[in-house]
Design a protein around this ligand. Structure first.
Ligand code: NG1
Length: 447
């Protein structure tokens, strides 16, 4: 759990002065991590999701500068110092470099405000485990963006800033949606945050008193760089291909073009389909069984070469056949589960919420292929230790599992999952499990 109170801020201030020297007035910002309760891999399709903030956070001490230089340091020696200039277009460091998140924040704010904001000296610390599906990277982007705005004396509505940063974080090479930045900026302590993207809307749904959410480490890290990034990006890419195929089919049937920006537009946009209609359309629009460029070209009405170039060459393995119906089925199922999960939270029906979480995990495992044995086994272990539901959270491929458990069983579940973690991963730092408590959204802090 995050260390609270004045102690951590005064220690950060001391370290800041040791790094950059004293003199200038210091400011402080914190941005929480998040756990997604349900609605996985559908934010970039424009469909609703339901994450919550957690009490693990990124903390910044910073001092705005008069010039455009940004000097970035971390309390963690694994992250090398970096310096860059604030500009409309900022060239990135090599892929995977941590300072790209700060560069993304500066570039995004500069471009959206239409002015070049001043630089800053920044010292970063935090306790969100990286590569864990808990959004340490978006928390860093959000915290840096708040520092840019503070230095420029500007204020932007949090939901607006989240929309900017959802686009802006694509600077680092991932093609994600807007879930993380939105909950980090607009979440609320004591509530899950149901987020709609079409149109943009946030609903704070009260968390239960009777049950706790516990985060359990699978022991496998999934940094979104290299091969993992390609596997992640394949999912939004598949959604865009589904959108193109379904737009073509529905336009043919309507006899006029039906523009779709996102797959979610089929439900929430001009087509206004029910889920039953969506699945029936998917049956008519999508190749039956694993499809290659030839099957897709036939349905899109363009050449095999064009399809190979636009849709297959960017896949981690361009020779792979795609099961597009599985992706459509998963998307429809998960959309429905988010609706049901919100109702279950309002009704205090935690058995139902648990069952929905488990079904969501199974969909991620069987239909999307974004789980892995370490995550599946951690879900199993959590259920065995008394959880009413458990699932991977975030992009997948590793990281943490979120488990739902009755309060009176929470201590036993924590003990069991911590013991399992130390037994299986004696060389990894713990804890293997800890309670996910909701937290305040990102903002200025002080002592
Ligand atoms: P994490 O777990 O932070 O890598 C990613 C995306 C989300 C969402 C989830 C899957 C970013 C910044 N985040 O989250 O938008 O698509 O995967 O539900 O790309």
């Amino acid at each position: 759990m995050t260390e609270t109170g004045t102690h951590c801020w005064s220690r950060l201030a001391e370290r800041f002065r040791a790094c950059f020297g004293g003199g200038n007035a210091l400011r402080f910002i914190r941005a929480p991590g998040r756990v997604n309760l349900i609605g996985e891999h559908i934010d970039y399709a424009g469909l609703p999701v339901m994450p919550m903030t957690i009490d693990r956070e990124i903390r910044l001490a910073f001092s705005p500068r008069r010039d455009r230089t940004v000097r970035l340091r971390s309390c963690d020696d694994r992250f090398a110092p970096a310096t860059f200039e604030s500009a409309r277009s900022i060239s990135p460091s090599p892929q995977g470099a941590w300072d790209n998140y700060a560069r993304a924040a500066w570039q995004t704010v500069n471009q959206n405000l239409g002015k070049i904001c001043p630089g800053a000296d920044i010292l970063v610390e935090g306790d969100i485990p990286p590569g864990a599906g808990l959004s340490s990277s978006s928390a860093l982007v959000v915290a840096c963006a708040l520092a840019v705005l503070a230095g420029a004396g500007e204020q932007v509505d949090p939901a607006q800033l989240a929309a900017w940063l959802a686009e802006g974080e694509q600077y680092v090479g991932t093609r994600g949606g807007g879930m993380d930045q939105t909950v980090i900026l607009c979440g609320r302590r004591g509530y899950a945050c149901r987020i709609d993207f079409i149109p943009r809307r946030i609903e704070h749904v009260p968390l239960p008193d009777s049950h706790a959410f516990i985060l359990c480490d699978s022991g496998r890290r999934a940094e979104k760089s290299g091969a993992m990034r390609a596997r992640y990006n394949m999912q939004p890419h598949l959604c865009r291909l589904l959108t193109a195929l379904m737009a073509r089919r529905i336009s043919m049937e309507f006899g006029e073009p039906v523009p779709l920006r996102w797959l979610g537009d089929l439900w929430l946009g001009p087509a206004c389909l029910t889920t039953r209609e969506f699945l029936a359309l998917a049956d008519r629009a999508l190749p039956d069984g694993p499809a290659g460029p030839r099957e897709v070209a036939l349905r899109l009405g363009c050449s095999v070469e064009e399809v190979r170039e636009q849709w297959f060459s960017v896949l981690p393995d361009p020779d792979d056949l795609l099961d597009l119906r599985a992706r459509a089925q998963y998307t429809a199922d998960e959309y429905r589960r988010v609706e049901l999960a919100r109702d279950a939270l309002y009704d205090g029906d935690m058995e139902t919420l648990g069952a929905l979480m488990l079904a969501s995990h199974e969909g991620c495992r069987d239909l999307l292929g974004v789980s892995c044995p370490a995550l599946d086994e951690t879900v199993e272990a959590a259920l065995y230790a008394g959880a009413v539901g458990a699932r991977l959270t975030g992009a997948g491929f590793g990281g943490f599992v979120i488990a739902l458990v009755e309060n009176r069983r929470a201590p036993a579940l924590l003990d069991a999952m911590n013991a399992r973690f130390s037994r299986l991963f004696p060389d990894l730092p713990g804890p293997g499990a800890f309670p996910a408590c909701s937290a305040d959204p990102a903002g200025p802090s002080g002592y």
